[in-house]
Design a protein around this ligand. Structure first.
Ligand code: AHR
Length: 498
């Protein structure tokens, strides 16, 4: 009973696009108000940005953040969030049934993202808006000056264009819950026409078309095929969304869900390539997995929320140790497909199904899932290497052939470091691992970080923010170019080598 892995610097899946470690902030619950923005908080700066939250985000090195939604965006008028704050309207927000006060909008988000050290992925409204607003918002954000919308931005105090490069053409337009839900053909047309004018305003931008909201949608994968038939030559990315839960308290299956994420990626890739062939196109479509996470803990509580409040607690999942393992497996799944998945967004970032939690007026802390996300983002830069893995496997009622070892290595040529990310899915036994690093020669173990806890349901809270935290007492050791380690049961491991 043992797992083996071969890591070779010449077996490259792909250089990893750093945007694989993106995240997402929606005007939903306390993500913005009480999360990243809370004027009057002791940690707030002069713009109302919470510095305690900013520093937790900076440590994650988040390269890009999708904003302002989500379902929210399909009813959002971006113009409500610009100009003097005392003149901005409060609106009924129909996606989440709240009041949106519009005290934080496009310009504030650009300022905030600069402070957080991240780029903006702006989603446009293709639910209630269309081609006209699509061009206007690009003109406002990205055109230098000398036109109505760009001069308006300048008059709002932003002389330089925001240079937002990445834009999503709507959100989950296949979902009947979406404001302005569309058929694939309707969406394909409006996305194409919006894409054209947006790129006429700013030819440097990149666009993401909406794929299916999840692979259980009845219209999947016909949706992808039809949408790409319309949009193929106008966009660079197709989106995927997927959330995972453990409603049945079946942890063995829950830990295997990343295999389904991989299947989803493979079939969307195949659909993209089918349209490429059909169109005799030379262009390869890339994937933006721009919503992924564990989401289920808050489902029941959310049914009881009174409508029309400002920033009530919504989707506040409190994550367990086992959720962190699932997030670790999902990160490895994304890395395994980094040749096609160039962007991905952990949904979301603060308070709403998020690695970071805050109290209004109080402290901010890291949830369990913060740690695998941080490790992947900080150490997972460079080339993703083909994981040649032999591992014992297990079956559950829903999924078969789940390897106990989920693993991948990343080689950073610049720093000369190799990092092995590994989850031991075995809930009762440690897993001996042997890694053959043949092409690297003798390697030294810099650090073996482990996230584990005797209680798989352990969580971090305001009163106990450090219950689940990584330690560096992992036992990886090197013998020339062979690394051996005993991976604790149910653990997330980061073995750093040079
Ligand atoms: O991230 C929460 C919600 O999940 C988003 O608003 C929506 O796009 C998805 O259904």
């Amino acid at each position: 009973y043992k797992a083996k892995m071969i890591v070779d610097k010449d077996f490259i899946i792909s250089p990893i696009d750093e945007r694989l470690y993106g995240s997402f902030i929606e005007h939903l619950g306390r993500a913005v108000y009480g999360g990243i923005y809370e004027p009057g908080h002791p940690e707030a700066d002069e713009q109302g940005f919470r510095k305690d939250v900013l520093s937790l985000i900076q440590a994650l090195r988040v390269p890009i953040i999708r904003y302002p939604g989500g379902n929210f965006v399909s009813g959002y008028d971006w113009k409500d969030g610009i100009g003097p704050k005392d003149q901005r309207p409060s609106r009924l927000e129909l996606a989440w049934r709240t009041i949106e006060p519009n005290q934080f909008g496009l310009n504030e988000f650009v300022d905030w993202s600069r402070a957080a050290g991240t780029d903006v992925m702006w989603a446009i409204n293709l639910g209630t808006h269309g081609v006209e607003e699509a061009r206007n918002v690009v003109e406002y954000a990205n055109h230098p000056s000398g036109s109505y919308w760009s001069d308006l931005r300048v008059s709002h105090g932003y002389k330089n264009p925001h240079a937002i490069k990445t834009w999503c053409l709507g959100n989950e337009m296949d979902g009947p819950w979406q404001i302005g839900h569309k058929t694939a053909a309707e969406y394909g047309r409006i996305a194409t026409e919006s894409a054209k004018v947006m790129k006429w305003v700013d030819p440097t931008i990149e666009l993401v078309a909406c794929g299916s909201s999840n692979r259980e949608m009845i219209t999947y994968p016909e949706w992808e095929s039809t949408v790409l038939d319309h949009t193929y030559e106008h966009v660079e990315f197709l989106s995927l969304h997927s959330y995972y839960g453990n409603h049945q308290n079946d942890t063995a299956t829950f830990l295997g869900r990343s295999l389904e994420m991989e299947d989803f990626i493979r079939s969307v890739t195949a659909t993209c390539d089918y349209i490429k062939a059909k169109k005799r196109s030379k262009k390869t479509m890339y994937l933006s997995f721009d919503e992924w996470n564990v989401w289920f803990h808050s489902n029941e509580a959310d049914k009881k929320i009174e409508p029309w409040q400002i920033a009530p607690p919504q989707l506040e999942d409190i994550y367990t140790m086992e959720d962190a393992l699932v997030v670790g497996c999902l990160l490895i799944a994304l890395l395994k497909h980094s040749d096609r998945v160039k962007m991905a967004c952990l949904a979301q970032l603060v308070n709403v199904i998020a690695p970071i939690m805050t109290e209004n007026g109080g402290q901010a802390w890291a949830q369990t899932i913060y740690y695998p996300y941080m490790h992947a983002s900080v150490y997972g830069r460079g080339n993703a290497l083909v994981p040649i893995v032999q591992s014992p496997k297990y079956d559950t009622k829903d999924i078969t052939d789940i390897p106990y070892l989920e693993s991948i290595a990343v080689y950073n040529e610049e720093s000369g470091e190799v990092t092995i990310f590994a989850v031991n899915r075995d809930l009762t036994n440690p897993l001996p691992l042997e890694v053959d690093l043949r092409s690297f020669g003798a390697c030294k173990v810099l650090e073996h970080i482990v996230l584990e806890n005797e209680n798989l349901k352990a969580v971090n809270t305001a009163s106990g923010p450090n219950r689940v935290k990584p330690h560096t007492l992992g036992n990886a050791k090197s013998d020339g170019s062979t690394i051996s380690a005993n991976l604790s049961k149910a653990s997330w491991n980061v073995i750093r080598l040079s």
